[in-house]
Design a protein around this ligand. Structure first.
Ligand code: KMH
Ligand code: ZN
Length: 274
């Protein structure tokens, strides 16, 4: 079991609005400050979506350049760009910002319902995104929303398009995909090849329960406004860092420390920083 817990902050997302969460960062300086605070609290990876100043989701190069620079000026957190974007975006729109060659990028391994919408990730879409990730020397994180996506991972391993060890993120609790239950988390964690690592992103009120399980199981944790806006029932969180602080407290109670950026790179088999 990995001793350190790699904590990812997903602080922006594509769906949550300022009306729902007044502390949602949108401008580059706001995003930079939010990720700096989350890094100081113990986050090693920053999962990044782009937004326009009015909150509309945006996956363009300039938005990501501004966010990336604002974060890098303030902290050395590992930058992980979303290639999921928002539902309804075309694949080229979703991956435009990868030209900036972040250390990591997400890759969702299948289509699923997403509330009233459909999050489209056909095999051609997956191959296009993976091809761009590979061409740019980026490390993928495999996003698994339901069981069929694990089967697709096996297909990609079988074809040699991916090779272990890779890092998975189990996104549990999206309406329309796998529920955030202990049974599902156990099943997912047992289903990946030996040597691979995993994070859980519990959606909504299941975030802390899933995080606590992951800490006990030797996995890693994602928190943040993308997945959950409430610190507890009826109480909005006042920052993403607040969620990170809670994971750090839980981890320390069971003898694990939050991974530093360098420890996270080693745990997730990322190339060392230049
Ligand atoms: N916004 C969701 C539809 C990712 O970042 O790679 C997809 C998503 C996945 O957030
Ligand atoms: Zn995302």
């Amino acid at each position: 079991m990995s001793e350190e817990v790699v904590i990812t902050v997903a602080g922006v997302g594509a769906e949550v609005t300022r009306a729902q969460q007044p502390h949602l960062p949108l401008l580059p300086e706001e995003v930079g400050e939010e990720y700096r605070r989350a890094h100081s609290a113990g986050a090693a990876i920053g999962h990044i979506h782009g937004r326009r100043p009015d909150g509309a989701p945006a996956q363009d190069l300039e938005t990501f350049r501004a966010y990336s620079q604002a974060i890098r000026q303030r902290c050395p957190i590992i930058q992980q760009f979303s290639t999921g974007g928002a539902v309804g975006m075309g694949v080229e729109e979703r991956i435009a910002a990868l030209e900036l060659a972040p250390e990591m990028a997400t890759l969702t391994l299948g289509t699923c319902n997403f509330g009233d919408d459909v999050f489209e990730n056909s095999l051609p879409t997956i191959r296009t995104i993976l091809g761009r990730i590979r061409a740019l020397g980026i490390t993928p994180e495999l996003e698994i929303f339901d069981d069929g996506m694990l089967a697709t991972a096996d297909v990609l391993f079988g074809k040699g398009l991916l090779a272990p060890p890779v890092h998975f993120d189990f996104v549990l609790g999206v309406p329309g995909a796998a529920a955030a239950t202990p049974e599902n988390l156990l099943h997912f964690a047992r289903s990946i090849p030996a040597g691979c690592t995993w994070t859980v992103a519990g959606i909504g009120r299941r975030q802390t329960a899933m995080a606590t399980m992951a800490v006990a199981m030797g996995g890693h944790v994602r928190v943040g406004f993308e997945d959950n806006i409430y610190y507890r029932k009826g109480e909005l969180a006042d920052s993403n860092a607040r969620f990170v602080e809670r994971v750090v407290r839980i981890a320390r109670e069971v003898g694990r420390e939050p991974a530093t950026v360098e420890q996270a790179r080693r745990t997730l088999h990322l190339p060392a920083a230049a």
